[in-house]
Design a protein around this ligand. Structure first.
Ligand code: XUL
Ligand code: CO
Length: 436
């Protein structure tokens, strides 16, 4: 199908055209690279192409079947729309779950046949539109067989079925040249220990990820595997609670060399962390990989997956991304959906425009903060005592508890310097809003 969507262009901050970028100019070169290369924006297939506004209280408010009734025809029309939409937004990457791109059959075999047919269809579209797959994943949480988990299900046949779906999805990812493969825990967690063997479930999750890694590497996959941490929802206790929990898990099961993190802003805040905290935790553990760009609502306790418009957050996010050396295999996937009442295709464009502009602003402001240097300088000076004397001995491994005890007894009153939080926050405001 052809949709003839109008291209969204960069018109600058003075434009009042709702269908134009105000801050994101994909061809603008900063620090030797185009903005599109710094950002690596991706479209989430599930929210953009599939979800129709259903929530727990009501049905769809949109129709994304494009007038088709035959299941395969519906998904082909969806794919045509997806690639035209990416063209219109000047977006190079996309991400999908297996069930996002193809209808499900009555049996696993039938579902996989549909899936492979759609992978071939998308392969051609991808070539024609010059797009790239950022990552793929298997939806091992929606169907009722996954009601108590996939790799952590109490039922081994469910474990096996989940493995079959991941195998197919890895094959698709390799065929489409994807540079990442995501595992979001879905229902990998539990609601009560009264019915749960937590030790076995976690060991099985370790076994599952090991099998997936070994299979994909054997098939020649050279990209990154990602775990996407989330603390709760759908289960009360998700095993992949936050970045720190996942890093510990990966180390325990010998997976840390192959797996990194796909960090979602709304999942970070559900874990009572800032987005920036999760990014930094990943980086200092060598696990910074990719980002699911969205935002939550701090007054709601669930994952609202809103398009990111909070520029403080996008700025501090991009500050962390730049400090981590930028994206390699990862990128910024908009795991975001328009509100249920924003139920037109124009709203989808407005959502992406708002999100992409907010991240472009974030990049530029983060760059400004780094080039200004005052924040970095402050942090460096704050730890200056570790660059000489006893601090240097601590850092370089020469100090012992005894040597420190002897040293500490020689000290008079210790003066600890101010942390200057308010001053530092005002620098961020100054850099963000100067010229207002
Ligand atoms: C769920 C979520 C997923 C993952 C991929 O909260 O974020 O869409 O990104 O399964
Ligand atoms: Co996500």
């Amino acid at each position: 199908m052809k949709f003839d969507l109008k291209a969204v262009k960069y018109e600058g901050a003075n434009s009042k055209n709702p269908f134009a970028f105000k801050f994101y100019d994909k061809d603008e070169v900063i620090n030797g690279k185009k903005m599109s290369e710094h950002m690596k924006f991706a479209m989430s297939y599930w929210h953009t192409i599939d979800q129709e506004g259903t929530d727990v209280f009501g049905g769809p408010t949109m129709d994304k079947k494009f007038g088709k009734t035959d299941p395969l025809e519906i998904f082909k029309a969806k794919a045509d729309f997806a690639f035209e939409l990416m063209d219109a937004l000047g977006m190079e990457y996309y991400c999908f779950h297996d069930v996002d791109i193809a209808p499900e059959g009555k049996t696993l075999k039938e579902s996989l046949a549909y899936f492979y047919e759609m992978v071939d269809y998308i392969y051609d579209l991808q070539k024609k539109h010059n797009k790239k797959l950022l990552w793929a994943t298997a939806n091992n949480f929606s169907d009722k067989k996954f009601m108590v988990g996939a790799a952590t299900s109490a039922n081994a046949d469910v474990f096996a079925t989940a493995a079959a779906k991941v195998k197919a999805c890895i094959d698709a990812c390799i065929k489409l040249g994807g540079t990442g493969y995501v595992f979001w825990g879905g229902r990998e967690g539990y609601d009560t220990l009264l019915n749960t063997d937590m030790g076995l479930e976690l060991d099985n999750l370790g076994r599952f990820l090991t099998m997936a890694r070994d299979y994909a590497r054997k098939q020649g996959f050279t990209g990154d595997f990602y775990i996407e941490p989330k603390p709760k929802e759908p289960t009360k206790h998700q095993y992949d609670f936050d970045v720190a929990t996942c890093v510990g898990f990966l180390k325990k099961y010998g997976l840390a060399d192959d797996f990194k993190m796909n960090i979602e802003a709304n999942h970070a805040t559900l874990a009572m962390h800032t987005f920036q905290h999760e990014l930094r935790t990943a980086t200092i553990n060598g696990a910074f990989g990719s980002i699911d760009a969205n935002q939550g609502d701090c007054m709601l306790g669930w994952d609202t997956d809103q398009f990111p418009t909070n520029v403080y957050d996008t700025t501090l996010c991009m500050y962390e991304v730049i400090k981590a050396g930028g994206f390699t295999n990862g990128g910024l996937n908009f795991d975001a959906k328009t509100r249920r009442a924003s139920n037109t295709f124009d709203d989808i464009l407005f959502g992406y425009i708002a999100g992409m502009d907010s991240f472009a602003l974030g990049y530029k402001l983060a760059d400004r903060i780094i080039k200004d240097g005052r924040i970095d300088e402050f942090v460096k000076n704050r730890y200056a005592s570790y660059t000489q004397g006893v601090g240097k001995d601590i850092v370089e491994g020469r100090a012992t508890l005894e040597s420190l005890a002897t040293y500490a007894e020689t000290l008079g009153e210790i003066k600890v310097e101010s942390g200057r939080q308010e001053y530092l926050e005002s620098i961020i405001n100054e850099l963000m809003f100067k010229g207002v």
